[in-house]
Design a protein around this ligand. Sequence first.
Ligand SMILES: NC(=O)c1ccc[n+]([C@@H]2O[C@H](COP(=O)([O-])OP(=O)(O)OC[C@H]3O[C@@H](n4cnc5c(N)ncnc54)[C@H](O)[C@@H]3O)[C@@H](O)[C@H]2O)c1
Length: 381
Amino acid sequence: MLVRRPEKAYSPALIMKKTSIGIIGCGNISSIYFKAGQTFENLHIAACADLVMDKARQRAQEFGVPKACTVKELLADPSIEIVVNLTVPKAHASVDLAVLQAGKHVHAEKPLAVNRADGQRIMKLARQKGLRVGSAPDTFLGGGLQTCRKLIDDGWIGKPVAATAFMMCHGHESWHPDPEFYYEVGGGPMFDMGPYYLTALVSLLGPVKRVTGATRISFPERLITSQPKRGKRVKVETPTHVTGLLDFASGAIGTIITTFDVWNAELPCIEIYGTEGTLSVPDPNGFGGPVRIRRPGMAEWKEVPLAFGYTDNSRGIGVADMAAAIRGKRPHRSSGDLAFHVLDIMVALHEASDRSRHITLGSTCKRPAPLPLGLLPGTID
Ligand SMILES: NC(=O)c1ccc[n+]([C@@H]2O[C@H](COP(=O)([O-])OP(=O)(O)OC[C@H]3O[C@@H](n4cnc5c(N)ncnc54)[C@H](O)[C@@H]3O)[C@@H](O)[C@H]2O)c1
């Protein structure tokens, strides 16, 4: 029988109570999430696990986490309310499903899953169990993108009519110690970096209703030049150059390129074009600025001071927001609905190219609520 977890009654004392977090996946990105346990006053990292036990032990020692254990032990720990899933993309769905089966909320690194069916399974199980799903990226909660959101919502560029988003690089095999997953199905530049760009665009402009795309694999094999796998060759199984057109429900039209196939480019990260001006949006893979605006009659771009905090690497803010949202019985911002919509867009861009046509999306989502102005460091509400 499926039992709905009762949410505790709202009270300021409960809001201040720390939420116990378990981390699964103690690799490259994990250290910033362990630091989030020190940054956010409502989080306590209680345990960590990895397929490679030594990695879990190492992180536990480094960050003073009370328990390094197996995934099974972590899921059986009744004190843990939210599990943060930092495994590689192809493991996201199976780990998320195991977490939900264990009766815990889950927040996973991006992408939500590597295909629509897995994403749907995660969202369905969470609904059945009355549990929450959250997902990276949470960079749209940073001071840079929140300032952009406020400028758009306050009408500084008028009505948005179009947007461009460009992520141009030559892949990750020159620096990442285990870069193979970037070239497997579920990797590639759209699944890897698209979530930052698309989540930022959806947060700024609302959901997308229709897409089309063109994709290619320019280099069928990659040579790892980072240590410790220097010299290893990797077969490329997924498109590494993905161009898309996005029809937003609002009527705005977006153009996106994500690529691992170019050596150099001078394109901006994101620009939003409105009826009364243009907004230059900072790198959505970061939390800070610069935010720049140019309206008709202005001789040059003007940098806008950031109106919100969390301008340094604050990964984990989505987890802190989910923890606060559970206590406060409100929607969380880095939500599964948002991540599923982004996944749907990414899958549809590839399908559109394969099938030579436009794809009308089956999913949609609400824009996540903006953060309030004037938050104290380490707080979310
Ligand atoms: N590295 C980055 O800069 C970066 C930045 C942002 C997001 N991410 C995302 O974070 C995720 C992890 O990336 P990473 O770079 O840390 O990868 P990584 O390979 O360094 O670490 C992943 C860890 O997960 C463990 N793992 C894999 N499957 C597991 C399972 N079923 N159960 C338990 N442990 C498991 C691995 O042993 C490994 O230690 C990916 O989704 C990636 O897209 C990475």
